[in-house]
Design a protein around this ligand. Sequence first.
Ligand code: NAD
Ligand code: AKB
Length: 316
Amino acid sequence: MSKILITGSLGQIGSELANALCERYGTSNVVVSDVRAKTVDDQISDCECAVLDVTDVTQIAELVKKHNIKIIYHLAALLSAVAEAKPQTAWNVNMNGLYNVLEVAREFACAVFTPSSIGAFGLSTPHDKTPQDTIQRPNTMYGVTKVAGELLCDYYYKRFGVDTRGLRYPGIISYKTLPGGGTTDYAVEIYYEAIKKKKYTCFLKPGTYLDMMYMPDAINAVINLMEADQKKLIHRNAFNVTAMSIDPEKLAGSIRKQIPDFSIDYKIDPVRQGIADSWPNSMDDSAAREEWGWQPKYNLEKMTEDMLTQLRKKLA
Ligand code: NAD
Ligand code: AKB
């Protein structure tokens, strides 16, 4: 079994991916890492855990060499809203961090998974059924780093033969670890507030449609892509994947089926609204379905049922 390193492991996706990979491949084959030290609140499997800043290439190389790592799941990044507030830091972490990971992967012959995002699209992209291959002119620092990251991963595959793979994730909804400062965070917050207060004030307008996905599907997607036969992968670094296209009203409606007196009102954050307006309403993910069998299991109703059940237990 090839040994795995995860960067940014203590974040929303990393914390759940770490546990899924430990379960699938064994804790002795997984090393988790993050720029901050793990605390008792981080519910991560009992595997090797390191403090690793991806902007320091030497730290990455030492860790990869020490554990004979052969696959890197590179999740360390700043998300869209935080990246807009701190564009210089976002460039450093998202771009230089990825470049460092790819350089180490080239030197030590590692495969690399890197998530891109719906943020890699922009205002001039077709917003409905956004094609796999289309115009990408994002106007956010997050989007710029995501497009450049997709291209850089393609380059490392073509030029150096590094087995790079990636997904354009939509907003990911989950109950274990809170999201890290993105535009789609409302779709997680709303469930917490529905249980705590039966009301939620949303920072995006009604009618703001965005692609979303429940965490179990997001984890299955990365595992299936990384286990896929690479001969079948044409779009290896930037597969559109989605499970649903929803707006705040539709999400509130699904919560109301379980909590009838739940209410939503609006206080728009112009920065995050501007970002959301530049992103697709719904993506076409047929390339992922054709090339490696992508198939989500959760629709809106099934996700809401599970989110509310799990959060009621968590918040009890
Ligand atoms: P997150 O913000 O929850 O977690 C990111 C982690 O990276 C944090 O634990 C943070 O401490 C760590 N980190 C920050 N700077 C670092 C550094 N210099 N070195 C090492 N670690 C550092 O993010 P997430 O939601 O888990 O996202 C993971 C990846 O998936 C990112 O590339 C993100 O762009 C992408 N993505 C996420 C979503 C989503 O909805 N969560 C959607 C699309 C794409
Ligand atoms: C964000 O909103 O920044 C992320 C993403 C969709 O990339 N959730």
